[in-house]
Write a protein that binds this ligand. Structure first.
Ligand SMILES: Cc1cc2nc3c(=O)[nH]c(=O)nc-3n(C[C@H](O)[C@H](O)[C@H](O)COP(=O)(O)O)c2cc1C
Length: 192
């Protein structure tokens, strides 16, 4: 498939460091979460959960910021919203472990980040956060797994960021060629 055939919204998505705190209307945030809910999932379990706050709620926003690694706090503090992604790791219908819980949750996040792009809202996912702090804060049982934290908002000018961080936004991160990860007939046999 030619690269130009890939949907613009997919090609245009990236994870910025320079966010602005320009308010995002609630109906857009709601649409992003609704988009997440359209993802497929094993047994239609829909194991994802999201808990979010915006910088309007200063105390809660600061609590959420405190979950993040210092290297992420530095820039994520300028975002409009912080979203915590959780996954229920046991099936509702029989209580057995759901080994697809994180997979399905990732698909929901992909939907969310593309829906956000339709509004010119950017998502920057983070694995650099304290799982334990999130567990404690929300009193999570062992059937709920903190997966990621996302910063969300419109692009900013990055004025408050160090040159090192700002430089990261100057280029798009490189992608492997489709043949590096897609094979035909035999594993590692380039497909195209
Ligand atoms: C699960 C996950 C964890 C990530 N953790 C971090 C993080 O802690 N800090 C960070 O700055 N970026 C983080 N990222 C962003 C990635 O570095 C970024 O998506 C990747 O370099 C590709 O760049 P792009 O999203 O701009 O295309 C994470 C992304 C994912 C999906």
């Amino acid at each position: 498939m030619k690269k130009e055939l890939v949907l613009e919204i997919i090609q245009g998505r990236w994870s910025p460091y320079a966010f602005s705190q320009q308010p995002v209307k609630e109906f857009k945030i709601k649409a992003m979460f609704e988009a997440a809910g359209h993802a497929p999932s094993c047994f239609n379990e829909q194991p994802w959960m999201f808990v979010y706050t915006t910088c309007e709620d200063e105390a809660v926003f600061n609590d959420y910021l405190g979950f993040l690694a210092d290297s992420n706090q530095i820039w994520a503090k300028n975002s409009w919203a912080l979203i915590i992604t959780l996954a229920r790791t046991k099936f509702m219908h029989n209580g057995k472990p759901n080994r697809f819980a994180l997979y399905d949750t990732g698909m929901a996040v992909a939907n969310l980040s593309l829906q956000a792009m339709a509004f010119d809202i950017y998502i920057h996912q983070m694995g650099g956060f304290s799982v334990e702090k999130v567990r404690e804060y929300f009193r999570l049982g062992d059937d709920v797994e903190p997966v990621s934290v996302m910063a969300a908002g419109f692009l900013g000018d990055g004025r408050e960021l160090s040159p090192e961080i700002l430089r990261k936004d100057e280029y798009r991160r490189p992608r492997k060629s489709v043949n590096d990860y897609t094979f035909k007939d035999k594993l590692y046999n380039p497909a195209f």
